[in-house]
Design a protein around this ligand. Structure first.
Ligand SMILES: Nc1ncnc2c1ncn2[C@@H]1O[C@H](COP(=O)(O)OP(=O)(O)OP(=O)(O)O)[C@@H](O)[C@H]1O
Ligand SMILES: [Mg+2]
Length: 333
């Protein structure tokens, strides 16, 4: 089901300007901003964003979260490395505070909504463990009968996700050509040769991750050649290789830190830091991972993209991954 203006969605009261730093996405932004309007008007609203890897779903969700000032934002995400961890997605849920064991998610959201408007964001739903996805989907169905809450899911499962079937959907496709050019230019330090730019824009088909990630880290004409070598280009492969090349050039201690961050199923910065420090990790190791565009490590532990996490795992030997697990397990809870 694709979103269309309907009797259930009131028209926006005023044109909704797109946030700064978000190129294009006028249609998608209007639909997201409208969700918040609906909740403020006392109705629940749910939307499932789906689109190819790197299309720009997480970016939309981040802008939505920033836009929701005065809202309680509850969020979780699927993690490839933790897909088999039962209820891991619910354990990673932040923003709802402590809860009584066994308390149903719908009740917790409804209780929170008594105090302030609630926006629940579920990113990378295709990597959630089954139990967490089902509980979140159940909450999406039940919440309209309990309290006005906005719930937004994002996933890139090509065939859709069974648990979310029937919820309102919106496809996030490639950026329009004009916006793709703006994004590409925004990540480059100097203007591109027009023909090289045309080739990159044509071959990346508006994929935001490819546009922002690939051109930043390699010579544009080399990139244009690489994109043209296969038809259609496997963007995920090219992006993963770009992360991998950068990881391989990092100092050994930064790579160890990355391996630990990548294997931690909870993406818990304090735990990873406690495990990595005795092995020599320091601020410089963190700064190197950040400067290479692989990992942001502070209050949150955030890989630039799930492909960066996968590349970090891939770049480590089995022995290094095992050591990383062992160091994490040794951290007192
Ligand atoms: N509309 C946009 N304007 C500017 N930059 C964007 C836009 N959309 C995405 N980007 C950039 O592209 C990169 C990839 O986007 P994003 O991570 O949102 O994709 P995604 O659809 O969530 O990918 P995945 O399916 O792999 O999770 C981001 O790092 C962001 O910098
Ligand atoms: Mg994403």
């Amino acid at each position: 089901m694709t979103i269309a203006p309907s009797a259930h969605c009131p028209p926006p009261i005023a044109p909704v300007p797109a946030p700064r730093g978000l190129f294009g996405r006028g249609r998608e932004w209007v639909a997201l901003a409208r969700l918040l309007d609906q909740v403020e008007a006392g109705h629940s609203a749910t939307l499932v964003l789906h689109g190819d890897l790197g299309a720009g779903k997480t970016t939309l969700l981040r802008h939505l979260q920033d836009h929701a000032t005065g809202w309680r934002v509850v969020r979780t995400e699927g993690l490839e490395a933790a897909r088999a961890v039962r209820l891991g997605g619910l354990r990673r849920l932040v923003g709802l505070g402590p809860h009584a064991p066994g308390a149903a998610l719908t009740d917790r959201l409804a209780r929170a909504a008594l105090r302030e408007p609630v926006l629940c964001i579920v990113d990378d739903a295709h990597w959630l463990d089954r139990e967490s996805l089902c509980a979140l989907a159940e909450a999406a169905w039940a919440i309209p009968h309990a309290a006005p809450v906005a719930m937004v899911f994002a996933h890139s499962a090509p065939g859709g996700l069974d648990a979310l079937i029937g919820l309102r959907e919106m496809a996030v496709g490639g950026l329009a050509e004009r916006d793709a050019r703006v994004l590409l230019r925004s990540v480059l330090p100097c203007p591109l040769d027009a023909r090289v730019e045309d080739r990159i824009v044509a071959r990346t088909a508006g994929n935001a991750l490819a546009l922002s990630e690939l051109a930043r880290w390699q010579a544009p004409d080399t990139l244009a050649d690489a994109l043209e070598r296969c038809a259609p280009p496997d963007l995920a492969d090219l992006i993963a290789a770009s992360y991998r090349r950068r990881i391989e050039r990092l100092p050994a201690i930064t790579r160890r830190l990355l391996t630990m961050a990548a294997v931690d199923p909870c993406a818990d910065p304090a735990r990873v830091w406690s495990a990595a420090r005795p092995l020599g990790a320091n601020a410089a190791a963190v700064a190197a991972a950040n400067a290479a565009g692989i990992l942001e490590f502070g209050h949150d532990l955030r890989f630039h993209h799930p492909l960066a996490r996968a590349a970090a795992l891939d770049a480590a030997t089995a022995q290094e991954r095992h050591e990383a697990y062992r160091a994490l397990r040794a951290v007192p809870v």
